[in-house]
Design a protein around this ligand. Structure first.
Ligand code: THU
Length: 129
């Protein structure tokens, strides 16, 4: 059975990162158990680039799922790659605060965290009632 790490490492190979040269792979598990993958896709107009996490979330939503239960992100960074702020908010949209997130390096270092730890005090839908 494919692990989230294997899925994230494999999709990272497809990253389009000619500008930063920093390839990122993300894999999320939907509530159904299915795995969805995403890689960063950069653009010559730099702000138009998208993160790996955003790609994985888009794949999940396109497949008809809107809840995730597990997240894995990997890059060739010296420390387990931290999700950017925007991706923390994107993950919080589709996963509860207790959802486990593993941040990793290609070399094999891993850091276990959760969505709530990465984004304490997150703004959510309950704030708008
Ligand atoms: N990147 C991600 O894909 N995810 C993150 O959470 C951190 C940053 C990408 C965006 C850009 O293509 C490259 O890494 C350098 O910032």
């Amino acid at each position: 059975m494919t692990s989230l790490r294997d899925a994230a490492l494999a999709v990272r190979e497809n990253a389009h990162a000619p500008y930063s040269k920093f390839k990122v792979g993300a894999a999320v598990r939907g509530a159904s158990g299915a795995i969805y993958r995403g890689c960063n896709v950069e653009n010559v107009a730099y702000p138009e680039g998208t993160c790996a996490e955003a790609g994985a979330i888009a794949a999940m939503v396109a497949a008809g799922e809107t809840r995730l239960t597990e997240v894995y992100v990997v890059a060739g960074s010296p420390r387990p790659v931290p999700c950017c702020g925007g991706c923390r908010q994107k993950l919080a949209e589709f996963g509860g605060g207790d959802v486990p997130v593993t941040l990793a390096t290609v070399a094999g270092a891993e850091e276990a965290t959760t969505i709530a730890t990465m984004l304490p005090g997150a703004f959510d839908a309950d704030d708008m009632v």
